[in-house]
Ligand binder design. Structure first.
Ligand SMILES: [Zn+2]
Ligand SMILES: [Zn+2]
Length: 259
């Protein structure tokens, strides 16, 4: 598989996954034009995209959806509980297929939907397996549960939210109190702290590659997230650079992974 995060964070989320027989996107939170441009960096044309898997209806995950999917006739997948909130935000005719909590196959991909706690009716993370390789993408969740972690275990690569540093968020004078409470709540966003705890669990089950994702530009920095989480893991005897590798996703395209 070839995997590349093309944008991450509240300005737009877009991840590209390519297997032998399928080219898909997880979310399309950039405009159609910007998505086209970023796909060209991977030498992929928009009409080669077979399907788009949507996590939830927040704009940073579906901004380019209706223009892109109607223009290129791409198939759109969304959890049945997220269907109505999603279609309420689009006007054009788009080919949408719903799924439930069960695993399903799409071309040579096996898709494991993972429901996560976020302030919407349904937010779905994904584990995707092709040819024995498993990648997982989990962002926009207030907290992890043992069930979520169990689903993520044995992934070869995990994109996991490291949204904010709690101290930085609490001290941010530009954020109103209700917004801080929303982000910090069990249905908000994952902190660096919770991210580190989750990585420690997954590392103990063999995952070696992590990408810190959906970082806040106001309440976190790539350097802070990387250093804080690496330090927390060192305290648990997991060494970044030796036992595991951590990269940080941002608003610009990053590493291309090949599994
Ligand atoms: Zn988001
Ligand atoms: Zn969201």
């Amino acid at each position: 598989m070839r995997i590349c995060n093309l944008s991450s964070g509240s300005d737009g989320n877009l991840t590209y996954i390519e297997s032998e027989n399928a080219r898909v996107l997880i979310d399309i939170g950039l405009s159609c034009r910007e998505t086209e441009r970023r796909l060209s960096l991977l030498k992929t044309t928009p009409d080669q995209i077979d399907a788009i898997f949507i996590t939830h209806e927040h704009l940073d995950h579906m901004k380019g959806l209706e223009v892109f999917a109607s223009k290129y006739k791409s198939k759109v997948f969304v959890h049945k509980n997220g269907y109505v909130p999603l279609v309420n935000k689009i006007n054009r005719t788009v080919d949408i297929e719903v799924f439930d909590d069960n695993t399903f196959d799409y071309k040579d991909l096996t898709i494991f939907p993972i429901s996560v706690p976020h302030d919407v009716k349904q937010c779905t993370g994904y584990s995707i397996i092709s040819k024995q390789k498993k990648i997982s993408i989990i962002t926009d969740l207030g907290h992890t549960t043992s069930e979520i972690l169990q689903n993520l275990r044995f992934s070869n690569l995990v994109f996991l939210e490291a949204n904010h540093d709690v101290d930085m968020l609490v001290a941010n004078p530009d954020y109103p109190e209700f917004l801080k409470q929303r982000i910090l709540s069990l249905k908000g966003h994952l902190s660096n702290d919770s991210c580190a705890e989750s990585i420690a669990d997954l590392a103990n089950y063999g995952t070696k590659n992590f990408v810190l994702s959906h970082l806040s530009t106001k309440n976190n920095t790539p350097q802070l997230a990387f250093e804080y989480i690496s330090r927390k893991l060192r305290e648990k005897n997991i060494k970044e650079g030796e036992d595991i590798k951590i990269k940080v996703a941002s608003v610009v395209p990053q590493t291309i992974f090949r599994l």
